[in-house]
Design a protein. Structure first.
Lengths: 270, 342
């Protein structure tokens, strides 16, 4: 089953927050929405879960009881313990008694939160809180899991653990849609949507996106086209429509491709 | 310069800086007056008309009844038709004073003392003119207002501030259930607080409870709906707890100063007093003092009950609908739910 948004536009007053954006995710796959601040990532995810009414376009989502949502704020109740958070959210989704206890125990175990069951959410580390938010969103075994920047502000070790949980969720058949600011994370997704100023910059599988990148990127010690160059390691990378004489073409990754798309979008592909 | 720039953009603080001095100036300039100039008076008994024409300037005759008796006098005071009832036809003339209207009673007793043995004064409902007896029923309202307005708005804003309101809105629960779940604990806590303060007031200060408990509970419930509504409304216009407290201050201060809880309404000039009649605490104080001290029957308090009912309906319903809007941003156009394979 495919979920997502088709040709969705969202307008807040004079601001066109999303301009005919399409995103989808299937059962068992993981779609990452990538973009900087104000790109429209959260608006797109909030549209998919029904919090924002699109001005035009179509949203394809399961009923609310089959959606798991973790907002960018983390989605945990700080004055409740880990167990109480589980009880509250589980109860809201109709989980009770042994079924809730079994599911909560299973998720806390997988998230490494068993020892923290009785700790208040506000006393958890950022990484642990994020994992708790993920557990709460997954508690009722949703068909569609929507996570708004779950890894922002989380330490690298916790990010790895979070991605393990995400991969397990997708492998179990959940359709996952998440937003992130990290392009290296997006490379692990089944498909990627790169947004800028509410518009689609790139979309497809990471391989398709990389393969479809126009022109060539070369490595240089000093930028000869500063408007199309960006710092990388101890030198620069520079985009050219065609390979320049003497340039050293490099194998681009998703980050390079997104930068090229953004630069050419703003400055024209010449 | 940085502070001025920030202040200029902080409209609530600016409003506080501008509004507060004006409010305090108006209140303490016009309203802060404990001396009641006109004491509402009923003159009863065979010489009622003659006596009414000759009362001291302090007394403002609002009713004369030549057939009136001692029972009539008590009833008129109990129903708050007058603060003083003069019963003619006895020697000396009997004067009944409503002690629950503390400042009117003090003004009346002071004036009557000058008449010496010509009158016999009996103070009803608060014989020793104790301030605590008058304050405790008002404090009950103040407590309800504090919990209903400040605590409720903070609780709701905290939920929004930490983003969990967003999550509640996405969960498969009706907005009405979310609102009920958020508001009912505060309703319960405020009710418990009210019972605690009332009982403590009775135990510590010997404040009587002469009236109908059910009528008092009804008045408190209506008042609670109004103040909870104000609390919910404040939460819808505040993004942070700080803003909620600041906004609540604008609602609380006029009620404390102008509701008759501290300064008697009769002593506030009409230029300011009309504001008092827009404030729910004014009506709750009338109900709580009336029922607790005078044992006033509910029909004699129809006006404050009606005012609180109207306020409860409009304020609570309006605030809840506004809060509901933040949970349901409107159905997405052409939104549809996908059929999911089992």
């Amino acid at each position: 089953m495919t979920f997502g948004a088709h040709e969705v536009s969202v307008r807040f007053g004079d601001l066109l927050a999303l301009d005919r954006v399409t995103v989808d995710t299937d059962a068992g796959s993981l779609t990452a929405v990538v973009g900087g601040d104000g790109a429209g990532k959260s608006t797109l995810l909030r549209t998919v879960v029904g919090r924002v009414a699109p001005t035009s376009g179509r949203v394809l989502a399961p009923p609310p009881e089959q959606i798991g949502y973790q907002p960018s704020s983390g989605g945990t109740w700080p004055d409740l313990t880990v167990a109480e958070n589980m009880d509250f959210v589980g109860g809201t989704y109709g989980l009770r008694g042994a079924r809730l206890a079994r599911r909560a125990a299973e998720l806390t175990e997988r998230a490494g939160l068993t020892a923290a069951r009785d700790r208040l959410a506000r006393d958890l580390s950022g990484g642990m809180r994020t994992k708790l938010g993920f557990c709460l969103a997954m508690l009722h075994e949703p068909t569609l899991l929507v996570l708004d920047e779950p890894s922002t502000g989380v330490d690298p070790v916790s990010r790895v653990e979070l991605w393990r949980l995400l991969s397990e969720a997708a492998a179990a058949g959940t359709a996952v849609l998440l937003s992130t600011s990290y392009l290296d994370e997006a490379e692990r997704a089944t498909s990627v949507l790169v947004l800028e100023d509410g518009q689609t910059l790139l979309s497809g599988t990471p391989e398709e996106v990389v393969a479809g990148s126009p022109g060539v990127v070369v490595r240089t010690a000093a930028a000869t086209r500063p408007e199309f160059a960006w710092r990388h390691a101890d030198g620069f990378r520079e985009w050219w429509p065609q390979a320049p004489d003497g340039g050293q073409p490099v194998e681009v990754d998703l980050e390079d491709v997104a930068i090229v798309a953004s630069l050419t979008n703003h400055r024209g592909a010449s | 310069m940085k502070e001025f720039r920030e202040l200029r953009r902080d409209r609530r603080t600016m409003a506080m800086i501008v509004f507060l001095p004006i409010l305090l100036l108006v209140v303490f300039g016009y309203a802060a007056n404990f001396e009641v100039a006109d004491v509402t008076t009923a003159v009863l008994g065979p010489q009622a008309d003659q006596a009414a024409a000759n009362v001291l300037p302090t007394f403002d005759v609002v009713e004369t009844d030549p057939d009136g008796t001692e029972q009539t006098a008590t009833d008129l005071l109990q129903r708050n038709t007058a603060d003083v009832a003069v019963l003619t036809g006895t020697q000396p003339t009997q004067v009944y004073v409503d002690g629950s209207a503390l400042f009117s009673a003090q003004a009346a007793v002071s004036a009557l003392n000058r008449l010496g043995d010509q009158v016999q004064v009996e103070i009803l409902f608060n014989p020793d003119l104790k301030t605590s007896w008058v304050m405790v029923p008002g404090i009950v309202g103040l407590i309800l207002m504090f919990v209903g307005t400040v605590v409720t708005s903070i609780g709701l804003v905290k939920e929004r501030e930490r983003g969990t309101l967003e999550q509640l809105a996405v969960m498969p629960i009706k907005p009405s259930t979310v609102i009920l779940g958020k508001i009912s604990p505060y309703f319960l806590l405020a009710s418990l607080d009210m019972i605690l303060v009332t009982v403590l007031g009775m135990l510590l200060f010997d404040v009587p409870f002469n009236g109908n408990v059910a009528a008092f509970a009804l008045g408190a419930a209506l008042f609670l709906f109004v103040v909870l509504g104000i609390g919910v409304f404040i939460s819808t216009v505040s993004a942070t707890v700080g803003q909620a407290i600041q906004t609540a201050f604008f609602f609380l201060l006029p009620q404390i100063l102008l509701s008759g809880f501290i300064f008697p309404l009769d002593a506030i000039p009409w230029g300011v007093r009309w504001i008092s009649y827009l404030l729910p605490l004014t009506y709750f104080t009338q109900i709580s003092q009336g029922i607790m001290l005078r044992g006033a029957p509910i029909d004699s308090l129809w006006l404050p009950f009606l005012a609180l009912t109207v306020m409860a309906v409009f304020v609570f319903a309006g605030a809840v609908l506004r809060f509901r809007r933040s949970l349901t941003p409107g159905k997405p156009r052409r939104h549809r739910h996908a059929k999911v394979a089992a």
